[in-house]
Write a protein that binds this ligand. Structure first.
Ligand SMILES: Cc1ncc(COP(=O)(O)O)c(C=O)c1O
Length: 470
């Protein structure tokens, strides 16, 4: 039978594939991928949807806790949304004014495209901020990339460096997009959890630690990168000098890159200190550090971020960035640059927002810790950031989760609690790989960068909920 005749026959067999049939007859086209022959009939829609289903490499990204919980917030309308991490009050006046001035200002070019790898005034200011902290002069034009939020800096770092089959070590719980980004680059995430070394008494984020032996075992010749997140979301852990030295030594021993997500760098509570892993001996050469204007100036909707590191590593990020984003919003970059100008002028003053922010947040942290403790939760007190992870299992006998359809207990708890108490938190199992999700199920994550009146409302609602359950 000729190949043409064979193909014609196949067109009547809607769901057969070329691969099986052709190779069975001729044995010569084994490399052809399965193709579905589509007839123009009513079943076409079903076949088309197969063709246009989500590529398998995106499998893990289909479910997003953010998309789901933002929708829940709209549906349940909880009195207080302690879910997503953003302030419900204004950023500093000078930051907002900067953007307003630019929009109505005299310079028309500030509303046009700017330099692709970062608006000159912004990269220069980022260099001024970070050079003294890193202990070397950072070249604003070759060692810094401005991105569409820290999200895109992570994306460009991972897509720019991870190749098919490369392994990337991810510390759990992790900011959920890391997994998706690694897999889209063809990489293989290898997960290692932080676990609490004590379960009773007061627990802080310092009690959540890595098993050092396990970590060592994860490094091998296929390891390309480790992703570090310090200060950590959701735990608020600040990695210590010793922990960072262990990671640094393993990176150097196995020639591995460190992608350090430091978006919460300005929210570290005394006496803890944020240590940038790029400052450890031999680490500048192999570290890409990520920051966020959204977190720095409390303007998460502005979506400007950055990455900095040595020029040879940054080149890979530039290639990804220039082909998918090309350039970020000019007026917002200019406004972030002016905001840094303002802070640079008062960098040693206690009023500088980069040091004032943590002072503003500390009483909010302590207040939410108190509310949670008084209402049956066991919070892990964060050393940094604006999230509290709290164990809710002491409340298990007060809440009936049996009608909640979700697979993981923390999803069931946060949804039921939102319906009953009108308070929305985030289920931390979203920050674990499939095999380790059980590690997050006993917890809920609450955000405390909220107006005092909303924290007071949280206290009232928790008390009311508990009173009803007595
Ligand atoms: C750990 C971590 N990295 C990155 C980001 C993304 O930051 P941006 O809003 O600047 O994209 C977030 C946002 O919540 C985060 O928590």
């Amino acid at each position: 039978m000729s190949l043409t005749l064979l193909l014609r026959r196949l067109s009547y067999q809607r769901s057969q594939t070329l691969l099986a049939a052709v190779s069975a007859h001729t044995g010569i086209v084994k490399q052809i991928k399965p193709v579905q022959i589509v007839r123009n009939n009513s079943k076409q829609a079903g076949v088309m949807s197969d063709k246009f289903s989500l590529p398998t490499r995106y499998g893990t990204g289909e479910k997003s806790v953010w998309v789901e919980y933002i929708q829940l917030n709209l549906e349940y309308k909880p009195a207080v949304n302690l879910g997503q991490g953003f302030p419900d009050y204004h950023a500093p006046d000078h930051v907002r004014k900067a953007l307003a001035d630019i929009a109505v200002g005299d310079n028309p070019l500030l509303n046009q495209y700017t330099r692709g790898f970062g608006h000159p005034r912004l990269v220069q200011n980022l260099s001024k901020i970070y050079s003294p902290l890193i202990g070397r002069e950072i070249d604003p034009f070759n060692e810094i990339l401005v991105s569409s939020g820290a999200y895109e800096a992570l994306f460009s770092s991972i897509l720019g460096h991870v190749d098919t089959g490369d392994e990337v070590i991810v510390i759990e719980p992790f900011f959920d997009c890391y997994d998706f980004m690694i897999r889209s680059a063809g990489g293989i995430p290898r997960f290692i959890p932080l676990t609490p070394k004590k379960t009773s008494g007061d627990i802080t984020s310092a009690d959540w630690v890595l098993d050092e032996k396990e970590l060592e075992k994860m490094f091998n010749s296929r390891t390309k990168m480790i992703i570090l997140n310090t200060p950590h979301n959701p735990l608020g852990k600040v990695f210590t000098q010793r922990e960072l030295e262990l990671i640094a030594d393993l990176c150097k021993k196995h020639n591995v890159l460190c992608l350090s997500d430091e978006v919460y760098e300005w929210m570290v509570y005394e006496p803890n200190k944020h240590i940038r892993i790029a400052t450890l001996p031999g680490m500048w050469e192999r570290t890409i550090t990520v920051g966020s204007a959204g977190k720095t100036f409390s303007v998460t909707g502005w979506k400007i971020g950055w990455a900095y590191g040595p020029a040879n590593l940054m080149r890979n990020l530039q290639v990804v960035h220039q082909n998918c984003v090309y350039t970020c919003c000019t007026p917002v970059q200019e406004a972030v640059a002016r905001s840094f100008d303002y802070e640079l002028a008062r960098i040693n003053s206690p009023d500088c927002y980069l040091v004032a922010l943590k002072r503003e947040l500390l009483p909010k942290r302590d207040y939410l810790v108190k509310i949670l403790k008084e209402n049956g939760f066991k919070p892990t007190v964060p050393e940094a950031g604006y999230f509290i992870v709290a164990d809710w299992t002491q409340l298990e006998n007060k809440i009936d989760l049996s009608q909640e359809p979700d697979k993981y207990k923390d999803y069931r708890f946060t949804k039921k609690f939102a319906k009953e108490a009108s308070l929305l938190g985030i289920p931390p199992s979203a920050f674990y790989s499939e095999d380790h999700k059980y590690l997050g199920e006993n917890f809920a994550r609450f955000c405390f960068i909220k107006k005092d009146e909303n924290l007071e409302m949280t206290e009232k609602l928790m008390k009311q909920w508990n009173a009803k359950k007595k």
